[in-house]
Design a protein around this ligand. Sequence first.
Ligand SMILES: Nc1ncnc2c1ncn2[C@@H]1O[C@H](COP(=O)(O)OP(=O)(O)OP(=O)(O)O)[C@@H](O)[C@H]1O
Ligand SMILES: [Mg+2]
Length: 288
Amino acid sequence: MGESAVQLRDLTRDFSIGVRGYKLRALDKLNLEIPSQTIFGLLGPNGSGKSTTLKIILGLLKSSSGDCRIFGVPAGDRRARSQIGFLPENPFFYQFLTGRELVCFLAGISGLRGGIRDQRVEEVLNAVGMSASADHRIRTYSKGMLQRIGLAQALVHEPEILVLDEPMSGLDPLGTNEFLEILKSLRDQGKTVLLASHLLSRVEEICDEIAILDKGSLVRSGSVHQIVQDNSRLILEIEDCSPEREQRVLEILRTEGIHSLQVRKGRTRLDEVFLEAIKPSGKNEQQE
Ligand SMILES: Nc1ncnc2c1ncn2[C@@H]1O[C@H](COP(=O)(O)OP(=O)(O)OP(=O)(O)O)[C@@H](O)[C@H]1O
Ligand SMILES: [Mg+2]
């Protein structure tokens, strides 16, 4: 973790809606620091202001008041925009292009030319596991492949910050796992990943820090570890626990004066069952 990648100070955004121009406050004096080299989750119910925050960070939307800086540079400034790669919630990619052509085209827009561009395109296609399918047309891609190619186009100009709006929506558990592994490796290479998501269990697993918004205001923020930790409770998990051993363990705990015990049989998470069940064919279709 290093300096702040993104700094929001009293960020406020109003929208006027309806013919009477009724004012809707989508963001209300939001203060937030997103440390560099972390995976940061922006959470909150529908309409809480997540996408509005991301759009201001990207420089696609102006704030009504307050300040938004990317590595110290005001959002929207060319130097700030060049540091950010973006994967929108519902990306539209030209269906008749191949994945490689799309990434190549966007690399060109970012100013990359010739051999350097081709080399960089190859690198990102490889990093997102799309080399084998790069020459197929985008209209033939599955949702997981679309997200990967979306990630490739967001990464092609080597941004320091990656902004993702609901990146896991529509991905199956395997696709989600693979996508999260890519994000982790990007973080480990020193990138900052900022994502808005509703998939809380996956967010808990992958994010270093989170912020929770409600009606445009910050209601909680900090490290995921600190937020979910409850020091007053202890959870014991015993592998291969026979009924006899269970009885003995309970007796020992009771002789220790521990009577308010919650004993539950172990459970496997449904996504673990799902992944186990599809293991034999769990090979990536993109890699074939
Ligand atoms: N262009 C716009 N014009 C008017 N109101 C808008 C506009 N964009 C966003 N809003 C309003 O701002 C509020 C925040 O919207 P935003 O899209 O940021 O929420 P969100 O947290 O991303 O929600 P979701 O989880 O549904 O994606 C909502 O009440 C929304 O209706
Ligand atoms: Mg949104």
